[in-house]
Design a protein around this ligand. Structure first.
Ligand code: BG6
Length: 486
């Protein structure tokens, strides 16, 4: 389908009074207005069940912007106050969707142009299927009233709870919106440092040639968080670390780091290669789960969620293998945890010619201290032959002066443009569930759940995953000496 050149848009946010809207979406829109990156004809419709006012939303935006340490620009806030409308709805009532449609038609009439209709569901995933059904019933899935512009649906994970529920959700959504219209947000894909992975891999011949099992001994992907579950008890109790971070964000990072070079850097070609990679991950045998997956729970979690028997993992680590010519034999270690010592997301490739020989490593620092670090062996100065590991580092903030757009700004701009490169496809989502399914099953019956201290680096059992594969996997993040460059 060729993309409509229409840029004018109405962004309807379901859950305008919620946490995501307050923390991410509204502040991102403020910054996009400031950077003049939004279309000339643009309106925001905030859907609420509980009621709010434009003034209250503007105050939330002001507070959020000022918490970034800058004073909010009153002219932008005034402009936003003019383009935001609130629609109070009972989300289960079909008539309210007809009212919403009238509201959107009226916005369009006031602009005098056809406008794309974007529906951002910033609400719990359990409500998606019902809401999209009612949107379609009110014909809100078919573009503008003159049939010229598109309707697009933006949804946040979780995209299902396991393979079967993901499949069911996809089918339910597809009864109302085609795959082409659905934008599955994975905010990790929209991080600047993530976007640089493909550029780094394919535009630097120096590294391109070394990117396979002839030199890479193993790959380590870490997403450590200091925070706990921050009051999201119901969500987290159903989710856990494996689903929350590994099945989604970390698999996407793994795919970008290991996929084959796409024919061109366009959305379809990139998605095709990512899917091929995810499908090449070796299936995990049910009786091998204990060898390749470890979970943990931080101390005090059960009191926090008021369930003395909770088996939800706040830490998960897995070791995967990719069955293709490029990566056969290279273990890929992934781990994530809440309540850990530091916030850090990084991807490291370790290069080594043969077991026991010297190594180099290359780390993408996704966040914080965004950058790329290469460790090299150097001869220590003086009358010695001794070697020492040294680091070459590239820090975004030293090389690129200016604001890096936040991931949600990127998500919104791309969805407005109709560019799906940084969104997950249904096939990628299903392939990712297929990989973790045996682990989810094994954990649902196992009683093994080591605990770890808040502020530590998680359960020591995780290092077994590396020992079993005869590789090193430090408990903590890899670029620990990096702080000196700050
Ligand atoms: C979300 C998870 O997708 O990502 C959260 O649901 C997690 O539990 C968050 O805290 C981490 O995102 P970031 O961008 O802070 O690393």
């Amino acid at each position: 389908m060729t993309k409509t050149p229409i840029e004018s848009a109405i962004l309807t946010i379901f859950g305008i009074t919620g946490d995501l809207a307050a923390r991410k979406l509204l502040p991102s829109l403020y910054y996009l207005f400031q950077a003049e990156l939004l279309p000339k004809n643009f309106a925001i419709v905030g859907v609420t069940r509980s009621g709010t006012t434009v003034d209250k939303l503007i105050e939330k935006i002001r507070t959020s912007v000022e918490s970034d340490g800058v004073s909010a620009d009153q002219a932008i806030l005034d402009h936003m106050a003019k383009v935001i409308r609130i629609v109070e709805m009972d989300l289960t009532n079909a008539e309210d969707y007809t009212r919403l449609k009238k509201e959107l038609d009226a916005v369009e009439d006031s602009h005098g142009v056809c406008m794309n209709r974007l529906f951002y569901l910033a609400i719990p995933a359990q409500t998606f299927a019902h809401i999209v059904g009612l949107l379609a019933h009110a014909e809100l899935n078919s573009g503008c009233q003159h049939g010229k512009a598109e309707s697009r649906l933006l949804i946040e994970k979780p995209f299902g709870y396991d393979l079967a529920s993901a499949q069911e959700l996809i089918e339910q959504l597809n009864t109302a919106f085609s795959e082409e219209q659905i934008y599955r947000i994975d905010h990790y894909l929209a991080k600047e440092t993530t976007q640089n992975i493909l550029t780094f891999r394919f535009a630097n011949p120096l590294f391109k040639a070394a990117w396979d099992n002839s030199l890479v001994s193993h790959i380590m992907i870490t997403a450590a968080e200091k925070i706990g579950i921050e009051g999201r008890v119901a969500f987290y109790e159903q989710t856990g670390a494996l689903r929350d971070l590994i099945q989604s964000h970390l698999f996407q990072l793994m795919a970008l780091v290991t996929m084959e070079e796409p024919k061109e850097l366009g959305s379809d070609a990139i998605h095709r290669e990512k899917l091929r990679l995810l499908e090449a991950v070796e299936p995990i045998h049910a009786d091998k789960v204990a060898n390749i997956a470890v979970r943990g729970q931080y101390e005090g979690y059960r009191e926090e969620v008021a369930d003395p028997h909770s088996m939800t993992e706040t830490y998960a680590a897995v070791r995967l293998a990719i069955d293709n010519d490029r990566w056969r034999g290279v273990p890929v270690l992934l781990r994530t945890g809440k309540g850990l010592a530091e916030k850090a997301t990084e991807i490291t490739l370790v290069f080594c010619e043969k077991p026991g020989a010297e190594t180099n490593s290359l780390t993408f620092r996704i966040q914080p201290n965004e950058g790329i670090v290469v460790s090299l062996q150097a001869k220590k100065p003086g009358f010695t032959d001794e070697m020492q590991e040294v680091q070459m580092d590239f820090l975004y903030r030293n090389s690129f002066v200016g604001i890096q757009p936040d991931a949600y700004q990127r998500v919104l701009v791309d969805a407005l443009k109709g560019d799906k490169t940084l969104f997950a496809t249904s096939e990628e989502v299903l392939a990712s569930w297929r990989i973790v399914e045996p682990i989810l099953h094994a954990w649902s019956i196992s009683k093994e759940l080591p605990t770890y201290e808040i502020g530590s680096w998680g359960p020591s059992e995780a290092t077994n995953l590396a020992h079993n594969a005869h590789i090193q996997w430090p408990m903590d993040k890899i670029t620990k000496n990096f702080m000196r460059s700050m």
